[in-house]
Design a binder for this molecule. Structure first.
Ligand code: GLN
Length: 270
């Protein structure tokens, strides 16, 4: 079996780009190797690994869980089935957060439900004077975040617990969160790859706003005067989030779209 033959066979089963990436990860060859020397033999155990991955991808398992990594804002993060796979939509949350850090010398940031740590780590690396605390209820997820922070050189504090519980008595300049916000039973949960992701990171098991409500409710007690709360949410939850924020005494509530033009991030300040 050659690289070219293995690739051609896989392309019959799965997406072309996924086939190429899986072959590169299984064999250690580059895209250039595949183009220049497709006659190179694929040896064991790489071939068996590649065949197994193609089968699992064909059955619906996401590419990121097979290769154990995914990219976010140009950085490679390790992922496991304990964490959501990074979405490009979440870049909006990071951008909106960075835009609100100006003027604070050593901003203190809290990321609730950090998962793989993409938001906390991106903020720590892109605002090097910031102090960043990352919280997650799931110990396995927090271990992924801590590992990513170490590999990427981000000094963040990782704390296990339920939303604000691990930061009792502490106040921040900015709180960010990408919580579970899909309503129970939403057909989106059955979409490509989602059944393989941690359901507790996707859905609140209720109307989709349960976690957003809890985060808004606890924010004032954990923000400095003037501090911002920024939330990622579903495409149809912008108005509900702005209402929650305003009802909790926040000012200047806004909603910002993602790259596809859907409402994705809302925020406000005290
Ligand atoms: N945006 C993700 C999706 O639609 C959901 C992420 C989340 O629930 N926090 O798949």
């Amino acid at each position: 079996m050659t690289l070219g033959q293995a690739l051609a066979a896989a392309r019959q089963r799965i997406d072309r780009l996924d086939a190429r990436l899986l072959l590169q990860y299984a064999t250690g060859c580059t895209h250039a190797d595949l183009l220049a020397r497709p006659e190179t033999p694929v040896i064991e155990p790489a071939y068996a690994q590649f065949v197994e991955w193609v089968e699992r991808r064909a059955a619906g398992e996401p590419l990121a869980y097979l290769i154990g990594e995914a990219e976010f804002r140009g950085r490679v993060f390790q992922v496991s089935p304990a964490v959501l796979i990074p979405r490009p939509d979440t870049e909006v949350l990071v951008e909106q957060a960075l835009a609100r850090l100006g003027g604070r010398e050593r901003p203190q940031i809290l990321d609730l439900g950090t998962g793989s740590g993409i938001v906390a780590i991106s903020l720590a690396l892109e605002c090097p004077t910031a102090g960043v605390v990352a919280v997650d209820l799931c110990a396995a997820a927090l271990a992924v975040a801590a590992n990513n922070a170490g590999r990427l050189g981000a000094a963040i504090e990782c704390l296990a617990g339920d939303w604000y519980a691990p930061v009792a008595g502490r106040r921040f300049d900015l709180i960010v969160s990408n919580p579970p916000y899909i309503a129970a039973g939403d057909p989106h949960l059955a979409g490509d790859g989602l059944p393989y992701e941690p359901q507790s990171a996707l859905t609140d098991g209720g109307d989709g706003l349960a976690c957003l409500r809890r985060i808004v409710a606890g924010a004032a007690a954990h923000l400095q005067p003037g501090g911002w709360l920024l939330l990622e949410h579903g495409h149809d939850q912008g108005a509900a989030c702005r209402n929650l924020l305003t009802a909790a005494g926040f000012q200047s509530a806004f909603t910002h779209p993602d790259l596809a033009g859907s409402d994705r991030v809302s925020g406000a300040h005290l």
